[in-house]
Ligand binder design. Structure first.
Ligand code: FES
Length: 153
């Protein structure tokens, strides 16, 4: 039923786990089966190039969902954001030497979660206005509003 490569990526998934302080996070669920995937990305920005320097995933799902999750991280690592955004579920299935037709929908999670992680990074960078992520914004000191209110009394 499954190719050798699918079984290999299911039994020994690469890039599995949570990432500390990611630059972008994407979560996608499959409404049919309830499976869910999270992708975390770190982005390296040099001049005009933004590349995925690190990527991890967490997937609660079937063997095909785990194998496709792992494979999409392998394909996306080192790619520019634009290149990674163009990765399709068919690309992922092809790299895994095919998926059974009934399991093709499982690869939707991989494609969708990666795209959402990239969108998340871009929207955070846009909000900060300088390509900085939310992480950098959080580092700014908080206003001392409570102290100001007290001094007015
Ligand atoms: S059966 Fe849910 S993703 Fe495969």
């Amino acid at each position: 039923m499954y190719s050798k490569k699918v079984l290999q990526y299911f039994l020994k998934p690469k890039n599995q786990g949570r990432m500390k302080n990611p630059d972008g996070v994407g979560i996608v669920g499959n409404p049919t089966c309830g499976d869910i995937m999270t992708v975390y990305i770190k982005v390296n920005k040099s001049k005009d190039r933004e590349t995925i320097s690190d990527i991890k995933f967490e997937t609660l799902g079937c063997a095909a969902a785990i194998a496709t999750s792992s494979m999409v991280t392998e394909i996306a690592k080192g790619k520019t954001l634009d290149e990674a955004f163009k990765i399709t579920r068919q690309d992922v299935a092809d790299e895994l030497e095919g998926l059974p037709p009934l399991k093709m929908h499982c690869s939707n999670l991989a494609e969708g979660a990666l795209k959402r992680a990239i969108d998340d990074y871009k929207s955070k960078a846009k909000k900060s206005g300088s390509g900085q992520t939310e992480k950098a914004q959080k580092a700014k000191p908080k206003k001392k509003t409570a102290a100001k209110k007290k001094s007015k009394k």
